[in-house]
Design a protein around this ligand. Structure first.
Ligand SMILES: Nc1ncnc2c1ncn2[C@@H]1O[C@H](COP(=O)(O)OP(=O)(O)OP(=O)(O)O)[C@@H](O)[C@H]1O
Ligand SMILES: [Mg+2]
Length: 244
């Protein structure tokens, strides 16, 4: 369904230059669920945003259903069936929850309530609320996931869907994502959580912008639990010092 062919991504600003993704080659097939995991800052969200067309890769190609889409923007990719639930969802003053769900569902659909209920939100309480700063972090995150479920794209990317969601809702979240996955859908979940990693077919491990492991969950999971990692990504001449 989606192929990343030798993707690299460099961020350049006045203060620094940073290569967030280095020569990434990956394939996501319909009918399979994938987890993208790795330490903070390893490039997971950047990779998702290259797939969504938010960042244009510095090198490499993105192919979707055999067609090169590297030059396409977010809207065109969304029309083709690619969807992304942000790690840090935006708030839009003036837009209500019902508006964003209607946009996601497309014309002719007006059954937005089930998506909110699935995410543990009562439609009567939320449909008319504005997507502004008055919503709590967990509420906005649940609405973001509900919006992607309502959009129901062929390729779905959930960026840390569990972040900020309380334990009770988290219990249901992986069930909702797995339950809405179909044989013609590819689902990518960015996560650090064992419960989420347990529902996928394949795990991709990203470290410092490179893929360092990928394969069936049963093969990759033991590697993850055995690895002791240093949170500091710089070379540390004295090895694992307390300051590293
Ligand atoms: N727009 C940007 N400009 C400059 N640097 C950026 C930009 N976006 C991300 N980065 C940097 O690229 C690296 C990868 O960031 P990214 O958000 O992809 O990490 P991540 O794996 O999603 O981390 P986390 O687990 O914390 O969400 C980080 O070092 C980050 O600071
Ligand atoms: Mg991230």
């Amino acid at each position: 369904m989606l192929e990343l062919d030798n993707i690299s991504l460099k961020f350049v600003s006045e203060e620094r230059e940073h290569t967030a993704l280095k020569e990434i080659n990956l394939r996501f097939d319909a009918g399979r669920m994938y987890a993208l995991t790795g330490p903070n800052g390893s490039g997971k969200s950047s990779l998702a945003q290259v797939i969504m067309g938010i960042h244009r890769p510095t090198a490499g190609r993105v192919l979707y259903q055999g067609e090169e889409i590297t030059g396409l923007g977010i809207t065109e990719r969304a029309r083709k069936g690619i969807g992304y639930a942000f790690q840090h969802p935006a708030r839009f003053k003036g837009l209500r929850v019902t508006d964003i769900l209607e946009i996601a569902m497309g014309p002719g659909n007006d059954h937005e309530c089930p998506y909110l209920r699935q995410m543990g939100l009562c439609p009567d309480d939320y449909l008319d609320r504005s997507l502004d700063a008055a919503l709590s972090g967990g509420e906005i995150k649940r609405i973001e996931v509900a919006t992607l479920l309502a959009q129901d794209p062929k390729l779905r990317i959930f960026d840390e869907p569990e972040a900020g969601i309380d334990l009770w809702s988290f219990e249901r979240l992986s069930g909702v994502i797995a339950g809405s996955h179909r044989s013609d859908t590819a689902t990518i979940i960015i996560s650090h959580q064992e419960r989420v990693l347990n529902i996928v077919d394949e795990i991709v491990l990203l470290e410092e912008g490179r893929i360092t492991a990928q394969g069936p969950r049963e093969e990759i999971w033991p590697l993850l639990s055995d690895t002791e990692r240093c949170a500091c990504r710089r070379d540390c001449p004295e090895g694992r010092r307390a300051s590293c």
